[in-house]
Design a protein around this ligand. Structure first.
Ligand code: FES
Ligand code: FES
Length: 166
C-alpha cells in the first residue's frame, strides 16, 4: 500500500509516494536523484549510506520511508551546497582522508554530525563516530589527523606554503 510522505531534504521540501517500508536510501537515490549516498552492505554495517536525520547520523538503508514523515534530512549533497567544498571536505582531502572514495560520502556526513555535537572532539570521540563507517584504505589514521588539523589540535604536514587556502 502506497502513501504520500512529506519531509525536508537539504533544506527543500520533498514529497514522495511509496510503500511505508521503502528504504530511505532508495527513495533518496531513485526518487529524489540524490545519488551521493552509496549502498555498500545494505544491512547497517558499513555506513556508506549515512545521512543526517534530525541532525543524527543514521544508515539510510535501515530507515523506512514512513519514519521520515515531517523529518529534516541532510545528505552529502547538502553538506556543501552550491558546488563549494566545506573546510571539512578540503582538509579531509588534503590530509589523505579520502583514498578510493568508497566510504567518503558516508564518512563526511558522519564527521559533520560529530563536529556539530563536539566542535573540538577528542580522538576517542572521532574514533567512536568514524567506527560506524567502514574504511578499508586509510587505517583511519588520516581521518583522525584531518579532524585534528581542522580543529586546530595539530598542524598539517600537507598544507601548501603560506597556510591553508581561504
Ligand atoms: S549500505 Fe547502509 S550501512 Fe551499509
Ligand atoms: S577511502 Fe577507500 S574505503 Fe575509505
Amino acid at each position: 500500500m502506497s502513501a504520500t510522505y512529506r519531509f525536508t531534504v537539504n533544506g527543500r521540501p520533498a514529497e514522495v509516494q511509496g510503500p511505508p517500508m521503502a528504504r530511505l536510501l532508495d527513495v533518496l537515490r531513485r526518487d529524489l536523484g540524490l545519488t551521493g549516498s552509496k549502498e555498500g552492505c545494505g544491512e547497517g554495517e558499513c555506513g556508506a549510506c549515512t545521512v543526517l536525520l534530525g541532525g543524527e547520523a543514521v544508515c539510510s538503508c535501515l530507515v523506512p520511508l514512513f519514519q521520515v514523515e515531517g523529518a529534516s534530512i541532510t545528505t552529502i549533497e547538502g553538506i556543501a551546497p552550491s558546488d563549494k567544498v566545506t573546510e571539512l571536505q578540503r582538509v579531509f582531502a588534503n590530509e589523505g582522508g579520502a583514498q578510493c572514495g568508497a566510504c567518503t560520502p558516508g564518512m563526511i556526513v558522519t564527521l559533520k554530525a560529530l563536529l556539530d555535537r563536539h566542535p573540538t572532539p577528542t580522538r576517542e570521540q572521532v574514533r567512536e563516530y568514524a567506527s560506524g563507517t567502514l574504511c578499508r584504505c586509510t587505517g583511519y589514521e588520516r581521518i583522525f589527523r584531518a579532524i585534528e588539523v581542522l580543529t586546530g589540535q595539530r598542524s598539517s604536514e600537507c598544507e601548501p606554503e603560506g597556510g591553508p587556502r581561504s
